[in-house]
Design a protein around this ligand. Structure first.
Ligand code: KIV
Length: 311
């Protein structure tokens, strides 16, 4: 059999769906360059994301909003040639999908120049038209619900999303609408575990969580977070869902392998990496402790989410 005729073992959308159906957890991780792409692929990462988090972990900015399509295409180009098996997804950055035409141009660049196989875009039902426009033209789309870091200047802070009943119901509806519009994959960021579970149960496509609890089809984290070297972590703002996989690992490849293994075996996320539902907090806490100091209370405040202060 010639090389060209060999069946590809590379992960495709259909394989991600199969994994979801079979209950095999999908391990996803961000990546921005060749060296790490090779390591992630060898370590068995299923989905590699060139995320706009590169604005924070690579460019050192406070938010992701300055990241351009050219940035994403450039980093995708560095990553793509080193992935033999993993499925490459590229983010559409802030405002690059504000109109159908812009979304199509941006997708064309990150797929044709960058080598991505899918684009990811933040937003709920208001993006359904764009998702459908891309999907019917052959662009696989990953939707992104929950915390949307591109909205930081509207929100003012990174907070856990979907804790109130109305917000949770709205997110469930958004997820359904985006799937019906043609999304093939979905990321849920910083939401209560119970909502992550409900959205995953309702969906027919794989759902990847970051701070969305254990009952989703897979997990994604930022590479620099699992290696304990992101500015957020270094500056002391470790998000709740981040785990340092360098701890106990012999080297970087070992840490990435440990992450993949922990996702596959469902050892990650543990309860301490997850967000609970909002609960009524007593006005005065025993012992005069402030709410902030009460470590056992579910967090109702900013997630210190993965893009908190310097990220
Ligand atoms: O930009 C990013 O890295 C992301 C994920 C971590 C989901 O959107």
């Amino acid at each position: 059999m010639s090389a060209a005729a060999k069946p590809s073992s590379a992960v495709q959308v259909a394989e991600l769906r199969r994994m979801r159906e079979a209950g095999e957890k999908i391990a996803a991780l961000t990546c921005y360059d060749a060296s790490f792409a090779l390591l992630e692929d060898r370590a068995g990462v299923d989905v590699v994301l060139v995320g706009d988090s590169l604005g924070m972990v690579i460019q050192g900015r406070n938010t992701t909003t300055a990241v351009t399509v050219a940035d994403i295409a450039y980093h995708s180009r560095l990553v793509a040639p080193f992935l033999q098996r993993a499925f490459l997804v590229a983010d559409l950055p802030f405002l690059s999908f504000a109109t159908r035409e812009r979304a199509l141009d941006a997708s064309q660049r990150v797929m044709q120049e960058g080598g991505a196989k899918m684009v990811k875009l933040e937003g709920g039902r208001e993006q359904a038209d764009i998702v459908e426009y891309l999907a019917v033209r052959g662009v696989p789309v990953c939707a992104h619900l929950g915390l949307q870091p591109q909205l930081i200047h509207k929100m003012g802070a990174f907070k856990v999303q979907g804790r109130e009943d109305a917000a949770a119901e709205a997110m469930l509806r958004d997820a359904k609408i985006l799937e019906e519009a043609g999304a093939d994959l979905m990321v849920l960021e910083c939401i209560p575990s119970s909502l992550g579970k409900r959205i995953t149960e309702q969906a027919h496509i794989p759902v990847i969580g970051i701070g969305a609890g254990p009952d989703v089809s897979g997990q994604i984290l930022v590479l620099q977070d699992i290696l304990n070297i992101s500015p957020t972590v270094t500056l002391g703002h470790k998000p709740r869902f981040v785990k340092n996989f360098m701890e106990g690992a012999p080297d970087i490849e070992g840490a990435i392998r440990a992450y993949v293994q922990a996702v596959k075996s469902a050892a990650y996320p543990a309860p301490e990496h997850c967000f609970g539902d909002a609960v009524a907090v007593p006005k005065a806490l025993p012992g005069g402790k402030s709410r902030k100091a009460a470590g056992s209370l579910p967090k109702t405040s900013p997630a210190h989410a993965h893009r908190s202060p310097r990220r």
